[in-house]
Design a protein around this ligand. Structure first.
Ligand SMILES: [Zn+2]
Length: 313
């Protein structure tokens, strides 16, 4: 099994008019640039494209996560409730291929009631928070959501690492997840992007908190900048927390221009060879765990196929 545990239906640029405005004025592509067009909210067409892209790259399951930036950026094309509903409906329609995590800013009134409904009635399999919108993931305002995640035994995925303005970097620091992880030791917290350039801080938290996992989307940039640095960082992660707590992810469609999904998946399939070239040691089993075995366990799916699919090549 190959599982992409961080993927979006629409890019931030498509969802938020404010982001398109900023991008139009900016010289740099600071946000994801998959499209500068407003999305036509044809979710079924988008899901079909997404599944075709998964087929082409060998991804069995993608986890759809909705980042809620509305309180910081102004509201998106759909309300956050509608957006979550759309994702959950797609996951119900394609149960073998798509999983939905519920994304919400915990400061919204009734965020916990919405999450409860999503868990009980819509079949979502996790929670997604984006603290770059201006709250700490250890703020008490998040705790009712964590209690629900704990009650239902589902993971909590949290963006970590710096963000472009008007989103905030300070509240997205990996260490801010530490208290949440301590207060809810039975709940798995996924540090999305493994903290990016703050990866050592993320890794240090994960080293001491066994319920913290590191997710590797956005690391396409690290690999392209310097493959040796990419391998060395992964080897340090393996050495400190083992490959059982590392998760493959793409953060598509935002990262589509950076590297194709086929190449990103193949890079992990070929990790044993790649790593050997830089004097690091990753087995086929390590690669299979990162690509999907760990996520399968986390999502309660069969993981046996994980070894089969990536030991073959
Ligand atoms: Zn993302």
């Amino acid at each position: 099994v190959i599982i992409d545990i961080h993927r979006h239906l629409w890019s931030v640029m498509e969802r938020y008019p404010r982001v398109r405005e900023i991008a139009a004025r900016s010289h740099r592509d600071v946000f994801d640039t998959a499209s500068t067009q407003e999305a036509k909210p044809d979710a079924d067409a988008r899901a079909a494209e997404l599944i075709a892209e998964m087929d082409a790259s060998g991804i069995d399951v993608s986890v759809l996560v909705a980042g809620d930036y509305g309180l910081r950026l102004g509201e998106a094309m759909l309300t956050i409730e509608e957006e979550n509903r759309v994702q959950a409906r797609l996951a119900q329609r394609h149960p073998e291929r798509l999983v939905a995590f519920f994304g919400i800013d915990p400061r919204r009134p009734n965020s916990d009631e919405m999450f409860r409904t999503a868990l009980r009635e819509w079949g979502v399999k996790g929670l997604k928070l984006h603290p770059g919108s201006g709250y700490s993931p250890s703020d008490r305002v998040c705790f009712p959501l964590y209690e629900l995640a704990a009650e239902h035994g589902v993971p909590v995925a949290v963006h970590t690492g710096p963000m472009a303005a008007p989103l905030l970097s300070r509240t997205a620091q990996p260490v801010l997840l530490d208290e949440a992880a301590a207060e809810f030791p039975e709940t798995i917290f996924i540090m999305q992007h493994a903290g990016q350039a703050s990866w050592q801080e993320a890794l240090n938290v994960a080293f001491w908190k066994p319920n913290v996992m590191l997710e590797l989307s956005m690391w396409q940039w690290v690999y392209l900048r310097n493959p040796a640095e990419f391998v060395a960082a992964l080897a340090t992660m393996k050495h400190m927390i083992g490959t059982e707590r590392l998760l493959f992810a793409s953060d598509f469609p935002g990262l589509r221009k950076t590297m194709s999904l086929v190449r990103w998946v193949d890079l992990f399939r070929e990790l044993p060879d790649l790593a050997r070239g830089y004097g690091a040691d990753f087995s086929e089993t390590d690669a299979a765990s990162i690509l999907g075995g760990n996520a399968a366990r986390l999502l309660g799916m069969p993981e046996s196929a994980a070894l089969a699919s990536s030991t073959e090549s």
